[in-house]
Design a protein around this ligand. Structure first.
Ligand code: IPM
Ligand code: MN
Length: 352
């Protein structure tokens, strides 16, 4: 009997709905080939809903979302909404309340995609960044004193709990073993300055690694050096684990090194709950409605979702079809692909 999955779909803003449509097209093609059934349910969270109702992500929706097997998101961000409202109100609220404590960002350069690095090709760029997703500088801990006066004080604290750090490290060690590549896990932190926060990460990293994952090579790089090595020697990396803000920063660099936002997907994962998969490019207002945006990132987000659900054959088939079709495209950039958004979706769906 076909295995059936309930998927919550949040198309969101801008080009989100366009790329989600292609992602679902490809998921449906994979489903029919591999005897899987999807039941998609749409949710309208995002800028439009906020502008109409003042609502971002109501608590009742969180309870609703917990009933799904996974979530598939397009993009959240609206030019008419003040920065911060949708980010905190939708994206971060989802991560925190659904305890999606892993932000998984694979970086893999596919042939024919634009890598800005000289003399680097697909054989050099294949690593994964695991970003802690519920702590660090993102919790909102802190506050203002004497706001609006010349003596104003702003405090924004980085929260690092042994519990939160350790569960993230364990996920990273497990994934490093599973990947069977270099079997090397790099901790990215700033132990030379952030002696408390990075100190906790470093101690936990070596304690957990030594005791429970002795076969995994433990490597360390300061965050500033990480950005340098990622450009100079990306082939050194296998899996990188880091905190929330460092992870945010290095994964933008990583995305560009790995072929750009048009092809980069990520997962916000709760290994014991509901996880969310998304293309990591934004809502791209200037390309909205033009059928020119690259849907491959969303298609690969679908592939990650299948992997997460344990449907590895279907996930592999999507990646194979992406590989077979990416070489036909002129560019990965919006408007320059040589195909429209829907045509790229058609090609990849047909290739399965
Ligand atoms: C990301 C984004 C978010 C983050 C923003 C939109 C809140 O940049 O997913 O990387 O900082 O985590
Ligand atoms: Mn980011």
């Amino acid at each position: 009997m076909a295995k059936s999955y309930k998927i919550a779909v949040i198309p969101g803003d801008g080009t989100g709905p366009e790329v989600v449509k292609e992602g679902i097209k490809v998921l449906e093609a994979a489903a029919s080939k591999f005897d899987i059934k999807f039941e998609f349910t749409n949710f309208d969270f995002g800028g439009e809903r906020y502008l109409k109702t003042g609502e971002t992500l109501p608590d009742s929706a969180i309870e609703e979302l917990k009933k799904f097997d996974a979530m598939f998101l397009g993009a959240i961000g609206h030019p008419d909404v003040k920065p911060g409202i949708l980010e905190r109100g939708v994206l971060l609220k989802m991560r925190f309340t659904l305890d999606q404590y892993i932000n998984l960002r694979p970086v893999k350069l596919y042939p024919n995609t634009d890598c800005p690095l000289k003399d680097k090709g697909p054989e050099h760029i294949d690593f994964v960044v695991i970003r802690e997703n519920t702590e660090g500088l993102y919790t909102g801990a802190g506050g203002l004193l004497r706001e609006g006066t010349p003596h104003e004080v702003a405090i924004q604290e980085s929260i690092n709990t042994r519990f939160g750090v350790e569960r993230c490290l364990r996920y990273a060690f497990e994934l490093t073993q599973k990947r069977k590549k270099q079997n090397k896990l790099t901790l990215c932190a700033k132990t030379n300055v952030l002696t408390y926060a990075s100190g906790l990460w470093e101690r936990a990293f070596h304690e957990v690694g030594k005791k429970d994952y002795p076969s995994v090579e433990r490597d360390y790089a300061h965050v500033d050096a990480t950005t340098m090595w990622m450009v100079k020697n990306p082939e050194w990396f296998d899996v990188i684990v880091t905190d929330n803000l460092f992870g945010d920063i290095i994964t933008d660099l990583a995305a560009i090194v790995g072929g750009g936002l048009g092809v980069t997907a990520g997962g916000n994962i709760n290994p014991n709950g509901v996880s969310m998969f998304e293309p990591i490019g934004g809502s791209a207002p200037k390309y909205t409605g033009k059928n020119v945006i690259n849907p491959i990132a969303a298609i690969l987000a679908g592939k990650m979702m299948l992997e997460h659900l344990g449907e590895t054959k279907a996930a592999d088939a999507i990646e194979k079809s992406v590989l077979a079709n990416i070489v036909k495209m002129k560019s990965m950039n919006a408007g320059k692909m040589g195909y429209s958004t829907t045509e790229v979706g058609d090609l990849i769906a047909k290739g399965i």
